[in-house]
Ligand binder design. Sequence first.
Ligand code: ATP
Length: 332
Amino acid sequence: MRDPRVPWGARHLSSGAVLVVTGLSKRYGTVVALDDVSFGVERGQTVGFLGPNGAGKTTTMRAIMGLVALDAGSVAWDGAPIGESVRRRVGYMPAERGMYQRMRVRDHLVYYARISGQDSTSAARAADVWLERLGLAERAGDTVQSLSSGNQQRVQLALALLNEPELLVLDEPFSGLDPVAVEVLSGILREQVAAGAALLLSSHQLDLVSDVASQVVIVDHGRVVLRGDVAELQAASTVRYVDVQFAKPTEWRPEGAATAVAGDARRHRVAVRVDADPVALLGDAQRQGDVVSWSFAPPDLSEVFLDAVGRRAVEGADGDAVVHGADGRAGR
Ligand code: ATP
């Protein structure tokens, strides 16, 4: 299997990335916002763009949209430097809302579709389609400023989706949405990508990223620290997690290098090395009590993320903090 930590760069140019970000660097005074950021997004692919607060996600996305004066680096679309005509067609949703607050919702969508190049008939049709799909039809005649924060977020998403974009760059699209809207948006994004769009999506909600993204790029302190196929990254971890639920409160701490990471009296989640024997672990649990459910699985995306950004304190066997590195090795 490919080492997921190998930089993409040229490999992605040749393997079908339609959006190619190469060597982005940006300083604000002494703050290094971006330090040689490179990755690619293919058509029909969703890349989850992850990182702690201040890691450089918004700056990268703004750079793709030509909104940041870079110190170094380039952004290419379909093999050529990305230009204004392509950017006009990108479905971009900024983290900070940028809408005309006093405009009525439908007028805003039509206006935006028109300045993006649609004729008045198709602009009106697209506005109505996205108002309906995002649950805003009843608010079409209201001003943007009169909407709740979540509904303003829906308008911002409608603006991003209005022009049937080949590239979607969405900065925190799920923030502030209720669970119904999250479900609707996830479905829309899957559909756009299935139709061939390239999607770059930042979010702190890693469960939602897992649902829609097959690939991730993880940044920290302006640098890419991990990237690749989510399933490959999970499988490449040297850690596996055992989840056991007992019928009654049960003490369980299997032998070996297992580390308890979560749980309560009935549920236990322990980290073990990838080469641990799952059958032996299950047998060990069954000797302790009545096992109701059991799993032996690679880390989930949030665990991959926490390992990638370097520090995860978990309770060790002796009660001390144990920190797992990206390779799953525990150290103190
Ligand atoms: P978050 O998850 O909190 O939204 P982020 O990953 O999007 O964070 P950025 O907004 O890209 O992070 O910020 C990266 C770094 O660059 C931060 O240290 C931020 O303070 C700094 N930065 C970004 N824009 C500016 C600016 N216009 N002036 C000064 N510093 C900036």
